[in-house]
Structure formats: structure tokens, C-alpha cells
Design a binder for this molecule. Structure first.
Ligand code: AMP
Length: 189
């Protein structure tokens, strides 16, 4: 059974935590665009320098940059049988680009899992993470801005995937294990 899955949801909904657990359960790689950008920032690559400006401001990195990075990653062998995309696509242009990447290999998406969480809850979680991890985009102003950008540019993508019959909405509030179980049930695994 192929597992080509997108995890979508506001910053702080727990996508990264769930992606790691689902990756284990399903045997496909978790691919987080945020993690790849952060690795490039840490490694002081050209891509990292470009991405950092946008990340620190809570803005999306331009589509061309993000799309080509994802194309490279999906072309790697471990993603041939499936993947969990955490944090991509986030814009309508990224949806289109992902469609053509998959089409070129005669592949298609199996599920789009939307992790829902209310704003006050995610702001609280992100502030807690900020003090633990010291991420430079986890200050309260930037957090609020990231949530606005999400509402404006990414939330509408769920309607599009719902129209395609791919959307599985899962309550992101609760114990980590419980949420993993909910997601697995929602995707029939
Ligand atoms: P995340 O760890 O998924 O919250 O991503 C952290 C930051 O990386 C975001 O606030 C964006 O600046 C950037 N980023 C991650 N994924 C994308 C994407 N698909 N498109 C544009 N920017 C992204």
C-alpha cells in the first residue's frame, strides 16, 4: 500500500511530532521543508542565507526556492514508495508544482491530513517551544504573523484537497499517542 501523505495545519499543531511517529509506523520518510531550511541555515549554505531572511520574519520562503528544494528531495530513492510531507505545500503554487512532480512519475496523493488546533493553544505551545529550543522565529509577534500567513495562504488549500476527496481532518488536541492513533484511523491504517 503506498503512503503519499501531506500533513497540513497551523504552526504549533504538532505536525513535526506526528510526522516522526507516522514515519516510523508507515515506513516512509518524513520530509519537513522547515527542517531542511533550518539545516541549511545552520550549514550557512546559499539556500540557508536566502531562507533565513523570510523565516525570521515569519514569511514564506519564495515558491521557486521551496519547490526546487522539494523536487530534489522527492527524487531521492527513499521517497519512491511514499513520503509524509510536513509543511509542504503551503501555497496554491506549491500545490500545482507538487501535482506535476507526482504526475511526472505517475504517482498520486493518498491522503491530506489536516491537524486542527485553536489559535490560543498553538500560540501557547509555540511560546513554550521558543523557550526550550530558542528558535529565532518563535517570538510572539512572529508567531502571530506566521498564524496570519497560514490562515491567509495555507488554510484555503484544505478546501481544494477536500474537493478532491483527499482531506482527513484530525483534532490535534490531546495526548501525542492518541493523536497518532486518530491519524492512523483516519487514513485507514
Ligand atoms: P516550519 O518548521 O514548517 O514551521 O517552517 C518554518 C519556516 O520555514 C516557515 O515559517 C517558513 O518561513 C519556511 N517554510 C517551511 N516550509 C515552507 C513552505 N512550504 N513554503 C514556504 N516557506 C516554508
Amino acid at each position: 500500500m503506498s503512503s503519499r501523505i501531506i500533513l497540513i495545519g497551523p504552526p504549533g499543531a504538532g505536525k513535526g511530532t506526528q510526522a516522526a511517529r507516522l514515519s516510523e509506523a508507515l515506513g516512509v520518510p518524513a520530509i519537513s521543508t522547515g527542517d531542511i531550511f533550518r539545516a541549511n541555515v545552520a550549514g550557512e549554505t546559499e539556500l540557508g542565507r536566502t531562507a533565513k531572511r523570510y523565516m525570521d520574519a515569519g514569511e514564506y520562503v519564495p515558491d521557486e526556492v521551496t519547490n526546487s528544494m522539494v523536487a530534489d528531495r522527492l527524487a531521492q530513492e527513499d521517497a519512491a514508495e511514499g513520503f509524509l510531507l510536513d509543511g509542504y505545500p503551503r501555497t496554491a503554487a506549491q500545490v500545482t508544482e507538487l501535482d506535476s512532480m507526482l504526475e511526472a512519475r505517475s504517482h498520486s496523493l493518498d491522503h491530506v491530513v489536516e491537524l486542527t488546533a485553536d489559535t490560543d493553544e498553538v500560540v501557547g505551545r509555540l511560546l513554550a517551544r521558543a523557550s526550550l529550543q530558542g528558535r529565532s522565529d518563535d517570538t510572539e509577534d512572529v508567531i502571530r504573523h506566521r498564524l496570519d500567513v497560514y490562515a491567509e495562504q495555507t488554510q484555503p488549500l484544505t478546501d481544494l484537497y477536500a474537493e478532491r476527496g483527499l482531506l482527513r481532518r484530525v483534532d490535534g488536541l490531546g495526548e501525542v499517542e492518541e493523536i497518532t492513533a486518530r491519524i492512523l484511523a483516519a487514513i485507514g491504517r
